[in-house]
Design a protein around this ligand. Structure first.
Ligand SMILES: Cc1cc2nc3c(=O)[nH]c(=O)nc-3n(C[C@H](O)[C@H](O)[C@H](O)COP(=O)(O)O)c2cc1C
Ligand code: SF4
Ligand code: SF4
Length: 266
């Protein structure tokens, strides 16, 4: 194996950090890496991404599921012709839900060979208004031991005949319907822009992974391509873009008591 492609969606940086560690580990095994950002390539997959020995796809967990931009990316991929694929997800110590198992099913549906799967905690991206967010400070530098194991399994299984991993646990599949943004908008705290407090600094525009925010006629406007990642709320230092995420705090902490959590390599 000489080359790997890593395609990654990461709104607040946890998943991107792990992607970097994976690239470092691949490099110590003399494997060169190319990076691709989701959502940028969600509708048009660059052909060179699939001209590789190993494809690795990484994403956070949103509402027990795979974020809609990553689902669009997976849908846009053509037939994979037995290409080895490694999957990794981050989650805020609530649950990965059906995220990993769903992605694995999609990849197998595209005739790809799932050769490794990893789940790791990342500080809960919806809890930045709390002093003590779930999975505070994660991922940890010591998580590189999981990365080593994940990369080793991907490399080993890529060279073995057969169809790769056939079963990855996934719970709460029945909540999968909540991931599409239309449904999420009805459940998650609303984002409001108060023009009077806005100094038109543009930080919210820069922070948005989908390019959903524009400034027109001295007003901040939000379009219809929102993932509810809340980066814009985090980026706005004047409080002009706001959302009451603390309203979810108690519920998220209660759900973090669900049995399935912690890091795992499959
Ligand atoms: C909209 C949204 C939904 C989330 N849903 C879940 C969830 O269902 N389970 C969970 O454990 N963490 C959840 N999280 C936390 C993220 O999965 C976690 O913080 C992840 O590491 C963020 O990755 P990133 O920094 O690469 O964007 C959610 C975060 C956001 C913003
Ligand atoms: S508008 Fe805000 S919450 Fe929606 S995707 Fe952009 S940054 Fe995230
Ligand atoms: S970050 Fe806040 S203050 Fe700056 S343009 Fe956006 S809404 Fe206005």
């Amino acid at each position: 194996m000489k080359h790997a492609s890593i395609a990654c969606y990461s709104a607040s940086g946890n998943t991107r950090r792990i992607a970097g560690w994976i690239a470092d580990e691949l490099s110590t095994n003399n494997i060169q890496t190319s990076f691709y950002k989701i959502p940028e390539c969600r509708n048009a997959i660059p052909p060179e991404m699939l001209d590789t020995d190993l494809l690795i796809i990484g994403t956070p967990t949103y509402m027990w599921h795979t974020p809609s931009v990553v689902i669009e990316f997976l849908n846009a991929i053509g037939t994979l012709d037995n290409l080895p694929v490694g999957l990794f997800v981050t989650f805020g110590n609530v649950t990965v839900g059906s995220n990993l198992s769903y992605m694995a099913r999609k990849i197998r549906g595209k005739k790809g060979k799932v050769v490794g799967a990893l789940q790791l905690e990342g500080q809960h991206a919806m809890m930045f208004q709390s002093d003590n967010p779930l999975a505070k400070g994660k991922p940890l530098d010591t998580d590189t031991s999981y990365i080593k194991e994940f990369v080793a399994r991907c490399m080993e299984r890529a060279d073995l005949p057969g169809k790769g991993i056939q079963h990855i646990p996934g719970i709460m599949k029945y909540f999968s319907f909540m991931a599409p943004p239309g449904i999420a908008r009805r459940i998650m705290p609303a984002i409001k822009v108060t023009s009077e407090s806005c100094n038109l600094c543009g930080d919210c525009v820069k922070s948005c992974p989908t390019g959903n925010i524009t400034i027109q006629d001295q007003r901040v406007l939000h379009g219809n391509d929102c993932l509810l990642c809340y980066n814009c709320v985090r980026a706005c230092t004047t409080g002009a873009t706001g959302a009451n995420l603390l309203s979810m705090d108690k519920g998220l902490r209660a759900m973090s008591k669900l049995p399935e959590k912690s890091a795992a390599v499959y």
